[in-house]
Design a protein. Structure first.
Length: 113
């Protein structure tokens, strides 16, 4: 089972920025498509951003232009840079190895003044 550990969440004011990190065991990040999902209270878990093993990226319409997904294969880590944060971005953010059962434990992001 792949181990995924997220970090970087917290409380930030609207318009602020955060960078989430997802450290993965082994060569997970370099050989798999990786994704960030989020789940707000009472809502389903939705995909936010995807980075393929070839380096292609894709974003949900709600975060396009504000969030950037990237990875560092040497560190086996995936990042989510979140800028211009809005209250509606408040959620638990999860790292996921696409097409697998591997999920991180989640990190809380709260955007509030």
């Amino acid at each position: 089972q792949v181990q995924l550990v997220e970090s970087g969440g917290g409380l930030v004011q609207p318009g602020g920025s955060l960078r989430l990190s997802c450290a993965a065991s082994g060569r997970t990040v370099s050989v798999n498509d990786m994704a960030w999902y989020r789940q707000a209270p009472g809502k389903q878990r939705d995909v936010v951003a995807v980075i393929t093993s070839g380096g292609g990226t894709n974003y949900s319409d709600s975060v396009k232009g504000r969030f950037t997904i990237s990875r560092d294969n040497a560190k086996s880590t995936v990042y989510l840079q979140m800028n211009s944060l809005k209250p509606e971005d408040t959620a638990v953010y999860y790292c996921h190895v696409r097409f697998s059962a591997s999920w991180g434990q989640g990190t809380q992001v709260t955007v509030s003044s």
